[in-house]
Design a protein around this ligand. Structure first.
Ligand SMILES: *Cc1c(COP(=O)(O)O)cnc(C)c1O
Length: 360
């Protein structure tokens, strides 16, 4: 068996320990004589899996009792519609557009009500986070929307926007559980799990109770109502059962690693190794304003498309996979999520040094 260092932005690297455990339980989950994949979601064994997953997530993030936790499907992209359908009670929302994902969410919201783009960093290819301390928040806005970590561009909100009392909704797909967060500052937090938590197919939403009502936009399909999923404990229909089981294992792995404070230290250490190298390199350079840099996604370029392509090719041959930048920006991107070991980043930097010497 040989595993590569996988720098994919998502689906992405998972803890090896979790994969091994899942493999060991594949044919016979805890004496049930079947795989979790084959199990009724109405069974006692499965109920215990989903209950434990929720309890561990609540523990990790310190989620207060007045927030509901949902395990949903449809990818983070389905939330771009579900959010306005469920939360736009006045038909108005403010969007801060800091990348492609926020832009898509904004465009989707425009189909359901009055979505206002109140700030954007598109003027400089989303390479920074705009100042959000005093934005023109709409008086009747139902919520203010952000994408907290911009997976494609490698920026992260280090301070949350001043929403002037309005509900904050945040897409945390690519920074979920990478560091502690104060849930009480948000009305809703959500993310697709395939970036930092588990297999594609599960979306986790954490929503303040008072925002979950029957009052949705006319025509909202039953499956797209938060209330129906809350009332049915995320099992209105068959949930993405196996995916939730793996998420549960990852929650336990994070707890074992010391929780989110330890995870943050681990992630800061890794990111520093890479950013310190980029800051002194004569060949490679980071593309993001230093104070807005993400701990999770690190884009960089050589300045030459040819050299970029050569780097990606040679890196792959050396066992560093998926370093090609997003198709919309080019260059390179190293995604260094929770499960990326520190050696992966150290070895990548050693490889970059060597490449720099050879191509000076
Ligand atoms: C990947 C990603 C999405 C889209 O996720 P899907 O599950 O493919 O819909 C949305 N937002 C962010 C921040 C992402 O990184």
């Amino acid at each position: 068996m040989s595993r590569v260092y996988n720098f994919s932005a998502g689906p992405a690297v998972l803890p090896e320990e979790v994969l091994k455990e899942a493999a060991a339980e594949m044919l016979d989950y805890k004496g049930t004589g079947m795989s979790v994949m084959e199990m009724s979601h109405r069974s006692k064994a499965y109920q215990a899996i989903i209950d434990e997953a929720e309890a561990d997530l609540r523990d990790l993030l310190n989620i207060p009792d007045n927030y509901k936790v949902l395990f949903l499907q449809g990818g983070a992209s389905q939330q771009f519609a579900m959010i306005p359908m469920n939360l736009m009670k006045n038909g108005v929302a403010d969007y801060i557009v800091t990348g492609q994902w926020a832009k898509k969410a904004y465009q989707e919201a425009c189909m359901y009500g009055k979505a206002n783009k109140i700030a954007s960093s598109e003027d400089e290819t989303f390479s920074y986070i705009p100042d959000c301390s005093d934005l023109p928040i709409s008086e009747d806005a139902d919520y203010v929307y952000i994408c907290e970590n911009n997976t494609i561009y490698g920026t992260k909100f280090k301070t949350l926007p001043n929403t002037k009392g309005k509900v904050l909704v945040s897409d945390v797909s690519s920074c979920f559980l990478s560091e502690p967060m104060d849930v009480t500052k948000y009305g809703m937090i959500y993310g697709g799990v395939q970036k930092n938590i588990g297999p594609a197919g599960v979306v986790i939403a954490i929503i303040r109770e008072d925002l979950i009502t029957e009052d949705t936009l006319p025509g909202t399909p039953t499956m797209l109502k938060y209330k129906i999923h809350v009332d049915n404990g995320s099992m209105y229909n068959t949930p993405p059962a196996y995916g939730i089981y793996i998420c549960g294992k990852v929650f336990k792995w994070i707890k074992k690693m010391g929780g989110l404070t330890a995870m943050k230290e681990h992630n800061e250490k890794k990111a520093k190794i890479l950013y310190d190298f980029l800051d002194q390199s004569k060949l490679f350079k980071g593309t993001v304003r230093a104070e807005d840099r993400s701990l999770m996604n690190v884009p960089f370029v050589t300045g030459s498309d040819e050299l970029d392509a050569k780097f990606v090719k040679e890196a792959k041959e050396a066992g560093f996979e998926n370093l090609k930048g997003h198709r919309s920006v080019g260059g390179m991107r190293a995604s260094i999520y929770n499960a990326m070991p520190i050696e992966g980043v150290e070895k990548l930097v050693a490889f970059m040094k060597k490449f720099e010497e050879e191509n000076a």
